[in-house]
Ligand binder design. Structure first.
Ligand code: KMH
Ligand code: ZN
Length: 308
């Protein structure tokens, strides 16, 4: 089995400040936690920005630029910018920072879908900020829009024109077929890095049988021209990542996907989750990839060609 790439998704746009005081919000918090996660073994840092005033998800280039240089000065980890942003943002908003900063890697969501966060609101009474409750509750009538035209635009603007490679986020089996369609159109080339995403309400559930099936279909569609990684949102984060590691896949952890380190206990940092999954994968006999090795596996253009 090849070396295992640990991705850490540091803050995301799903969780809100009330849910955990450990969720990084300001540029300094995001940078500190990202650097510590890299030091703990994450080769890829998957990054979103937030408005430091109230923790609201942001895609503003100035919010990204407040932490990207600071992180890259302290680590050679691969900085992977989200193009998903949050479902409330327009595609232009989502792409402003990656277009300007030209990262080595970006996420790319392979289909439009429901992205229902509202069950999380039911568990909270006291909110830190006014925006949080409606943000979560209104996800019952929100489409996370990633049409074939959107995907084509991202592949062209960031991939063809700026040399980025992608973390293809596949939340269901149909998204694998959409990815194959883009391979057939010549807009996507090997080696593919496919993130199997489990446990988002609107996508496939976090169930071992579903991981087997996603892998089975990906094997059929992409043969040996792809590598897979697994993220599971919520409490199945670690078990599903461990299963991926045992199957020869890569893993993603981080507070974007789960706020917990174990049942009933909040993770105190992203690094704590990275340390835990590193311990699990090493106990399984696998070796983690350093950033340089991950760049080689993924065929990235290198830090020198970024613009931050
Ligand atoms: N939050 C994850 C479930 C993106 O940033 O493009 C998916 C994600 C999407 O990371
Ligand atoms: Zn993300």
């Amino acid at each position: 089995m090849s070396k295992i790439i640990i991705t850490c998704a540091v803050t995301g746009s799903i969780h809100t400040p009330t849910m955990s005081s450990y969720l990084p919000i300001t540029a300094m918090e995001i940078a500190e936690q990202a650097i510590a996660a890299a030091d703990a073994g994450a080769a890829i840092l998957h990054l979103h920005a937030r408005n430091p005033a109230d923790g609201r998800p942001s895609a503003a280039p100035e919010h990204f630029m407040a932490f990207l240089p600071a992180i890259q000065q302290k680590t050679d980890a691969i900085l992977n910018l989200s193009t998903g942003g949050s479902a409330l943002m327009s595609l232009d908003e989502r792409l402003a920072a990656p277009k300007q900063t030209e990262p080595e890697m970006c996420s790319l969501n392979m289909g439009s879908m429901n992205f229902a966060l509202y069950p999380m609101a039911a568990r909270i009474n006291d909110w830190k900020h006014d925006w949080e409750k409606p943000f979560l509750e209104n996800s019952d009538d929100l489409v996370f829009k990633n049409t074939p035209r959107d995907i084509t635009h991202i592949l062209t603007e960031l991939g063809v024109n700026r040399g980025a490679r992608f973390e293809f986020e596949c939340y269901d089996v149909g998204h694998l077929y959409m990815l194959r369609h883009f391979v057939d159109r010549g807009l996507v080339r090997a080696p593919l890095f496919i993130q199997f995403v489990f446990g988002v309400l609107g996508g496939i559930g976090a169930d071992p049988a579903n991981l087997m099936h996603m892998k089975h279909i990906a094997d059929k569609l992409f043969g040996d021209s792809y590598a897979f990684s697994v993220l599971a949102a919520g409490r199945q984060q670690m078990p599903m990542a461990a299963m991926a590691a045992a199957m020869g896949g890569h893993v993603r952890v981080g507070l974007e996907d789960s706020l917990h380190i174990e049942r009933g206990r909040l993770a105190t940092s992203n690094a704590e989750q990275v340390t835990k999954i590193r311990r699990i994968v090493e106990e399984l006999g696998r070796t983690i990839a350093e950033p340089a090795e991950a760049r080689e596996i993924l065929g990235l253009k290198g830090i020198a060609k970024t613009n931050f």
